[in-house]
Design a protein around this ligand. Structure first.
Ligand SMILES: C[S@@+](CC[C@H](N)C(=O)[O-])C[C@H]1O[C@@H](n2cnc3c(N)ncnc32)[C@H](O)[C@@H]1O
Length: 356
């Protein structure tokens, strides 16, 4: 039996920014655009803890399921499918169902990569061949800690109900995706030239993140010093976006989030095949960019009251808050494939090595 304990987790300011602002801004706009849809679905593959606190202040912050449950006024999410590891799942189901007794919420315990079909099958069972939530507007939020999200899960979401059996309706649009691409953890797992090469175990984990080995070309160019670490993050993100385009998404974009030391934390990748999605994302970016100046003001207020700082460096925070391109740049140029040879320095005549 799984013990039901209340799970408390502390979050730093960049995580607060991610959930409260990005999803908090996105979900209401998504719901507004989906007012005409009878059912509106929220899928959260990494649903998190029952109680979340801001590190330093202890201020309670909303988890992604709570943000989704509270989003919208007249039009809200009608069905929520959440995935979480067993030690947290039971408490999450109990807490959310007692707080929101009239909402249709299903928490699937266990690895989302293994259980995605089970969660989607629950949704499918709520309707018939030509009606039901599986045909409604759907948003999936994929917010792993590190490299836990496998490409097979993204594929399952992208293709869900797009080629149904004869006699059943197909979805009009693919499930919309908001994915936290783990650039920071990826950087830690891929040591640069001059250090030991990434372990086999980490390389296999990254194969599963991308669904293939194409990223290894980028890593090889990085190891051979043909491209620098900074440039390489953009190539990894582009490769991921290209994969989403191949799954049928007509529009993808990314917001790159850096901390006050200018280190890339993560990329928030967005994929849609719906025209409204592009408009919504532009609105979200505007909202996302308003938040850092507000966080700066709150930090200054805290310091004046003698409370401990949340950010590492107030001066840096002050500098970057004035220029959102510094900490939340928006990337929506059409991604192009990485061509390793085009980065090969002219003086390098050694044949290419395929030793990874
Ligand atoms: C970054 S947190 C998610 C935070 C949440 N979205 C929120 O805003 O509160 C990642 C969560 O994923 C869970 N997790 C990790 N690996 C998982 C997996 N393979 N399947 C499902 N959940 C997983 C962790 O227990 C953790 O609570």
């Amino acid at each position: 039996m799984v013990e039901q304990v209340e799970n408390v987790r502390e979050w730093g300011p960049w995580s607060v920014w991610k959930t409260e602002i990005v999803l908090g801004a996105y979900a209401p706009q998504f719901l507004r655009a989906a007012t005409g849809s009878r059912d509106r679905i929220f899928i959260d593959c990494f649903a998190g803890s029952t109680r979340n606190l801001e590190r330093g202040t202890g201020r309670p912050i909303r988890s992604s399921p709570q943000v989704a449950l509270q989003a919208g006024d007249r039009s809200t999410f009608t069905h929520l499918v959440l995935f979480e590891l067993p030690e947290k799942a039971a408490a999450l189901q109990e807490t959310l169902c007692s707080r929101y007794p009239s909402r249709r919420i299903r928490v699937v315990p266990g690895d989302c990569n293994l259980n995605i079909a089970e969660g989607l099958a629950w949704l499918r069972r709520q309707g018939g061949p030509r009606y039901g939530p599986h045909l409604g507007a759907a948003l999936a939020y994929l917010d792993p800690n590190a490299l836990e999200l496998r490409w097979s899960t993204v594929q399952a979401l992208a293709s869900w109900c797009m080629n149904p059996p004869e006699g059943e309706y197909r979805r009009r649009n693919r499930v919309e995706l908001l994915i936290l691409f783990p650039t920071g953890p990826l950087r830690r797992k891929l040591p640069q030239a001059g250090k030991d090469i990434a372990s086999d175990e980490h390389q296999l984990e990254i194969d599963q993140l991308f669904g293939n080995c194409d990223w290894r070309e980028i890593y090889r160019a990085q190891r051979d010093r043909w491209i620098g670490g900074e440039a390489s993050w953009m190539h990894y993100v582009n490769l991921y976006r290209l994969g989403l385009s191949r799954l049928g998404y007509s529009y993808t974009s990314a917001i790159e989030v850096r901390n006050t030391k200018q280190v890339v934390q993560y990329h928030l990748i967005f994929a849609t095949s719906n025209q409204a999605g592009l408009r919504i994302m532009n609105g979200v970016l505007q909202k996302a960019r308003e938040i850092l100046p507000r966080m700066l003001a709150a930090e200054q207020r805290r310091l004046r009251q003698g409370e401990p700082p949340l950010f590492e460096d107030l001066e840096e925070l002050r500098l970057i808050a004035t220029d959102p391109d510094e900490w939340a740049s928006f990337i929506d140029q059409t991604p192009t494939p990485f061509v390793c040879e085009s980065y090969r320095p002219a003086f390098c005549y050694e044949p290419l090595r395929f030793d990874m």
